[in-house]
Write a protein that binds this ligand. Structure first.
Ligand SMILES: Nc1nc2c(c(=O)[nH]1)N(C=O)[C@@H](CNc1ccc(C(=O)N[C@@H](CCC(=O)O)C(=O)O)cc1)CN2
Ligand SMILES: Nc1nc2c(ncn2[C@@H]2O[C@H](COP(=O)(O)OP(=O)(O)OP(=O)(O)O)[C@@H](O)[C@H]2O)c(=O)[nH]1
Ligand SMILES: [Mg+2]
Length: 444
């Protein structure tokens, strides 16, 4: 099955100057030679040849063809790229010809999947390729590029190296209890090594936790009692009249969303229904949703009307959001503030929101994450596996402290080992791979 020649349009499917049609699989150079006038059969790898794509005697397009001989290619097997004219129709025509001649349409991410299956890259590198394509800011691109170069692979390998040393020390002792050079195997000698390894793991887990903020943006919910100016704030941040603003309390019923970029920070904002006790059924559903969102969000903007004294509803919201990452926004500054609370003063109506923007930037100085910190995981899958590795190691540590027989300790250590392997996809099952590569785009 892996001998199939797969084909896909590898460029944007819009009208453009040039499109690349990418093929991968055994003997795909000979395959393309059948309908290409340039001579590529005996050309060296990584060369470009000019000619025409022909369907029988019929010229289809004037093209350049790149050939890549296995295994040193993107997919780790023989590849061809046809650079045709970038019209939507002409590109489709060349693709259809490849299909007619016997290639099959590539699935999402199948070129990268082959690169993985052919051993050219590991799973963390494959994920990084996908991340680079979907990256929306500099942090995300830098992180993804490091991942492609094997940054994650390397520090996971280092953890594995530490772990295997501990395991070996125990195994050698089990197998050759009389062997003289074996470091004396007491909990005293294994424990410090295991603890320092666990510390390394936990450090990586901690520093990786904010990565989703940087890659996917900060989910930001705007809450407050009715009429304080939540929708006005959303509109001011978005710089457009997206949400309806009126002086009627209870204007926003359902959530309104919008995304802005503050330098490299992406805010995915949600404007909610003002929170109050109400008999209106529709409004009540909105209020319920707003309360739920408070605990799901990465950032809560609690809006308070500063022109009037703090009300019971404000107090409730202050209490409800007190354990979240929260900014108290005191609105209607233009009317003069008549309130005693620490917060950021703004006037949403007059677009006077700079202080708030500065505060958000200060709270999320995400640049630090990539600048200083080298060892960072890229996604929830990887973090979860490292967490499991750390938990298994913890079991082993507890066992060591309790002088449990070493052959039992080894079982936990192997568990830890397996989880580390899975981060790089070494144990990944077929269905997991399918699931992962489905998220890639066609042609990647
Ligand atoms: N035309 C074209 N442009 C492209 C790609 C491509 O496949 N084709 N890429 C695809 O995404 C990216 C570049 N990434 C690539 C990664 C590895 C190899 C590759 O051939 N690797 C071999 C040989 C490396 C070498 O010669 O040193 C290897 O690693 O063994 C090629 C492209 C972006 N631009
Ligand atoms: N003076 C003044 N009025 C404001 C300011 N921001 C909003 N308003 C007014 O306050 C009223 C309510 O604004 P909205 O943005 O609809 O308030 P909301 O919090 O979304 O209200 P609900 O959706 O009903 O919960 C409108 O009349 C706005 O023009 C401000 O900074 N200063
Ligand atoms: Mg509103």
């Amino acid at each position: 099955m892996n001998d199939d020649i797969i084909v896909a349009i590898a460029t944007s499917r819009l009208e453009a100057a040039i499109s690349i049609i990418r093929l991968s699989g055994k003997d795909c150079i000979a395959f393309v030679q059948e309908f290409f006038t340039g001579k590529i059969l005996n050309k060296a790898s990584h060369t470009i040849t000019y000619g025409y794509i022909k369907d029988g005697e019929q010229k289809i397009d004037e093209v350049l063809v790149n050939i890549y001989r296995g295994k040193r290619t993107f997919s780790g097997e023989e590849m061809v790229e046809i650079n045709c004219h970038g019209g939507v129709y002409i590109t489709q025509k060349v693709l259809n010809l490849c299909l007619k001649k016997g290639a099959r349409m590539a699935e999402h991410g199948e070129f990268s999947k082959r690169a993985f299956l052919n051993g050219r890259i590991d799973l963390s590198q494959a994920e990084a390729i996908s991340d680079l394509i979907t990256a929306k800011n500099d942090y995300a691109t830098e992180l993804a590029l490091k991942g492609i170069q094997g940054n994650i692979s390397h520090f996971i390998e280092d953890l594995r190296e530490d772990l295997i040393q501990i395991i070996t020390q125990i195994e050698v002792n089990i197998d050759y209890p009389e062997y003289e050079d074996v470091e004396e195997l007491t909990a005293d000698s294994l424990l410090p090594k295991s603890q320092s390894l666990q510390k390394k793991m936990n450090h990586i887990i901690e520093s990786s936790k904010n990565v989703h903020l940087l890659k996917d943006g900060i989910s930001t919910v705007i809450i407050g009692k009715p009429n304080v100016g939540k929708s006005s704030l959303l509109n001011a941040l978005l710089n457009e009249d997206k949400a309806i603003v009126t002086d009627i309390a209870g204007t926003t019923r359902d959530i309104v969303e919008g995304t802005i970029r503050l330098d490299n920070i992406i805010l995915n904002m949600i404007d909610t229904a003002g929170i109050r006790d109400t008999d209106d059924i529709v409004e009540n559903i909105g209020v319920h949703k707003s309360k739920e969102l408070i605990h799901k969000a990465d950032l809560v903007l609690l809006v308070i009307d500063g022109s009037v004294p703090l009300s019971k509803e404000d107090e409730e919201l202050l209490e409800l959001s007190k354990d979240t990452q929260r900014i108290i926004v005191v609105n209607k500054k233009d009317q003069g503030h008549n309130i005693d609370i620490e917060g950021i003063s703004i006037s949403a109506r007059d677009n006077d929101i700079d202080a708030l923007i500065q505060e958000i930037k200060k709270r999320f100085e995400l640049g630090q994450i990539t600048a200083g910190q080298e060892d960072i995981l890229a996604n929830a899958r990887q973090i979860q596996l490292l967490q499991r590795a750390s938990e298994s190691l913890d079991n082993a540590i507890v066992a060591m402290k309790n002088q449990v027989p070493t052959d039992l300790i080894v079982t936990d250590l192997y568990d830890s080992w397996e989880n580390l392997k899975e981060i790089l996809g070494e144990r990944a099952k077929e269905d997991l791979l399918d699931e992962l590569f489905k998220r890639f785009c066609i042609g990647k």
